[in-house]
Ligand binder design. Structure first.
Ligand SMILES: C[S@@+](CC[C@H](N)C(=O)[O-])C[C@H]1O[C@@H](n2cnc3c(N)ncnc32)[C@H](O)[C@@H]1O
Length: 201
């Protein structure tokens, strides 16, 4: 199974847990070229729309940035998995999400917590990567780059984040931090992340 599908399978129970009961209207921001959670949502009885410039063809998808997509609203829930740190203007996107959601609607955000991605977590994670085969995943690349750099983990992670910032308008750690720390438009229901406390297996 491709890394992407394994990732989606692993995160889907968490996402599903926070969604309203089906049937309900759900938008996924940044569903990626595989369609992200949209197939799983539809199978579970949701009316789903995946929005991403790289979205696959089909009536359930819009090949556009969320900001330019003419969001199908109002919707009952919005999912954004590892996509908010890519957007150019997070404040604008949060505004649009808030506008698109029905009162009491849910935004399920899965994001980086870079401050928790310490060396022990990285080693735990890298040690469990399967053989890369012909189609190495993103984490395989991160592991290889770190090893080749010869840097301490913290230094490498900082240089990686700086490089990402330099060629991208968004910031790799920005989305999670801002949504969690200061956005009055959303009431945070749960904040948790893979880190020291979940590195048990
Ligand atoms: C790291 S991938 C995440 C894919 C998938 N959601 C996942 O969890 O594996 C980030 C995705 O966000 C998309 N993206 C970036 N900016 C976007 C925007 N403004 N609106 C919609 N999608 C965007 C990218 O094209 C990319 O497919």
């Amino acid at each position: 199974m491709a890394d992407r599908e394994r990732w989606l399978d692993a995160v889907w129970p968490f996402v599903r847990e926070w969604l309203p009961d089906a049937p309900a209207r759900v938008v996924e921001i940044g569903c990626g070229s595989s369609g992200g959670f949209v197939p799983r949502l539809e199978q579970a009885g949701y009316e789903a729309t995946g929005i991403d410039p790289k979205a696959p063809p089909g009536p359930s998808y819009r090949q556009a940035e969320f900001e330019d997509s003419g969001i199908p609203g109002p919707v009952d829930a919005i999912i954004a998995s590892l996509s908010l740190h890519h957007v150019a203007d997070l404040g604008e996107v949060l505004d649009l999400m808030h506008t698109a959601l029905v009162p009491g609607g849910v935004a399920v955000v899965v994001e980086w917590a870079r401050d928790r991605f310490d060396e022990a977590t990285a080693r735990w994670c890298f040690d469990r990567l399967p053989e890369p085969g012909d189609d190495p995943g993103w984490l395989h690349g991160q592991r290889a780059e770190w090893r080749e750099s010869g840097l301490a983990w913290d230094d490498w992670l900082r240089s990686w984040a700086q490089a990402e910032t330099a060629h991208r308008a968004g910031h790799p750690e920005r989305a999670g931090c801002q949504v969690r720390s200061r956005d009055a438009r959303f009431r945070a229901l749960l904040l948790r992340g893979p880190g020291r406390d979940q590195r048990s297996r």
